[in-house]
Write a protein that binds this ligand. Structure first.
Ligand code: BG6
Length: 502
């Protein structure tokens, strides 16, 4: 892909890793993810010349469509969702390698259409037999696709399998999917997506902790009072009722994104930044988390309310949702990581749809200064130091510190020392999928979840969900556009703490 790089400010900021030539096969090509995330990511990679020299993409879905129709739809998607300007020359280069195959997996014979297209394309684009299969279908067909792809391994070139979340619906189904995968693929060929790991700000958590000498010595129970992690969305469930009714906030966000954020915050320094070293440390954290008691987990469901001044319906009024649905759209929990570093240090986590603001943050709240000599002279009680990682939006890091208010006396006020990506690098941040697609092509699984992590995550979620079977909360219990049910606030208030409000 030879497209000139024109922005000199990008110099030094882009990775120069070059993946091998390959074909990317996307199953679920008529879905939302392909349109909103995958093609815009591929376009941005083409824009920056980060795709292999010889490259092609095959979209596979059930809908009948010609190559041209598919290309046109993807072009529109790129124009609508890409973070970069639309350039015809960049698109044409990418589009010349795009094909579409209509395929119903229930119909075995027609799979050969895919094999035929791949063989032809391999010759035409000189991709050397290397294939990345991306499973972006509804999870119900993951196993079928894995088997179909596995049976047709050609033996030529390498194969990589990217699997979207959710990886199973519970521990048992995750293990069954894993079993099917193991029949055909080795763990090093499997890339389980948790797109939060592809976010710059999440990776920066590792840089912040392990590339700076000043944080690690105080990153433990002796100096940290507690940790708060918020994954708040203003969005509702869009058109995903079918999926969300089964998943709820606990399977949609808590099981994966949230627990990964906890793992990255709590993990020990890995000996190097290789897939196994990083994941070994993360899985230890997940293993050290014990099941929270019923009082330490709160669930909620939104009722009608206002988001940015507009009235929005209750969850039970959304299209496709059962009017008596007991699916939760909010979860908060107090978690403990039972190890030497974190024993007795609570990790308060919360996530929800239709909350007051879109915000993902990790806040490390330190213990108060032991003996501030001037406390009685301050207008308000001295606040503790907090290190806040703004995962999104307003990506950056800020440190809350107490300073003297200028003038007479000794009044102390909290101010923030801020690092903002926008200001420091003067460039937009790459989308998580850009990073993850290239990493999978390179065979680098560092930012993907390993099966033992997934197992631990499900074990915790299964235990929480089992306890939920015993009671029926009165849903809805929070209005859209608020910060969730009052029980969520009480979870912290009981401990004499409170959720941060910016
Ligand atoms: C997905 C969930 O994994 O993450 C969605 O299925 C959620 O429900 C989305 O909206 C949030 O991702 P992001 O990158 O917008 O924070």
């Amino acid at each position: 892909m030879a497209v000139a790089q024109e922005n000199p400010l990008l110099e030094g900021l882009e990775s120069r890793r070059a993946p091998d030539d390959c074909i990317l096969v996307i199953f679920g090509a008529s879905g939302d993810l392909t349109k909103r995330k995958l093609f815009p990511a591929l376009y941005s990679l083409a824009y920056r010349r980060l795709l292999p020299e010889h490259f092609a993409v095959v979209g596979v879905a059930r809908t009948e469509e010609t190559d041209d129709e598919f290309r046109d739809r993807m072009k529109e998607a790129v124009q609508q969702f890409s973070r970069d300007d639309f350039r015809e020359d960049v698109w044409e280069l990418l589009a010349s390698g795009i094909r579409y195959v209509a395929l119903d997996f229930a119909d075995e014979n027609r799979e050969d259409r895919l094999s035929k297209t791949l063989t032809e394309l391999e010759k035409e684009r000189e991709t050397g037999g290397n294939r990345v299969y991306y499973l972006a279908t509804p999870p119900a067909v993951f196993e079928t696709v894995v088997r179909a792809v596995g049976k047709r391994r050609s033996g030529q070139g390498w194969v990589r399998l990217i699997i979207e979340k959710p990886f199973g619906h519970d521990l048992a189904s995750a293990l069954s999917l894993q079993k099917a995968i193991e029949e055909y693929f080795e763990e090093r060929e499997v890339f389980r997506i948790d797109h939060y790991l592809g976010k710059e700000t999440v990776q920066n958590m590792l840089a912040l902790r392990f590339a700076n000498g000043i944080f690690e010595p105080i990153w433990n129970r002796q100096f940290v009072d507690h940790i708060q992690i918020t994954v708040a969305e203003t969005m509702g469930i869009e058109a995903r009722a079918g999926y969300y009714e089964q998943a709820g906030a606990i399977r949609d966000i808590f099981q994966n994104h949230m627990l990964q954020l906890v793992a990255i915050t709590a993990m020990e320094p890995p000996i190097d930044f290789t897939a196994d070293s990083v994941r070994n440390e993360k899985v230890k954290v997940l293993r050290a988390m014990h099941t929270p008691g019923p009082k330490s987990v709160v669930r909620g469901q939104y009722g009608r309310g206002y988001i940015e001044g507009e009235e929005v319906p209750a969850y039970r009024e959304e299209a496709g949702v059962d009017p008596n649905s007991m699916t939760e759209t909010y979860v908060a929990a107090k978690l403990y990581v039972d190890n030497w570093r974190w024993a007795d240090t609570p990790f308060y986590v919360r996530t929800g749809k239709r909350l007051a603001r879109r915000e993902t943050t990790i806040a490390i709240q330190f213990k108060r200064a032991p003996h501030p000599p001037f406390e009685e002279l301050s207008a308000e009680p001295l606040k503790p130091n907090v290190l806040i990682v703004h995962v999104q939006p307003d990506e950056g890091v800020s440190l809350a510190i107490g300073v003297k208010v200028p003038g007479q006396g000794m009044t102390i006020r909290t101010v923030h020392m801020d690092f903002l990506y926008g200001g420091a690098f003067r460039t937009g941040l790459p989308e998580a999928y850009e990073r993850l697609i290239v990493d999978a092509m390179l065979g680098d699984a560092t930012l993907f979840t390993r099966i033992d992590e997934v197992q631990e995550q499900w074990a915790l979620v299964d235990a929480i969900v089992a306890a939920w079977a015993r009671d029926r909360p009165a849903f809805p219990n929070y209005a859209a556009g608020t910060w969730g049910p009052t029980a969520g606030d009480e979870l912290m208030e009981r401990d004499g703490r409170a959720w941060r409000r910016r």
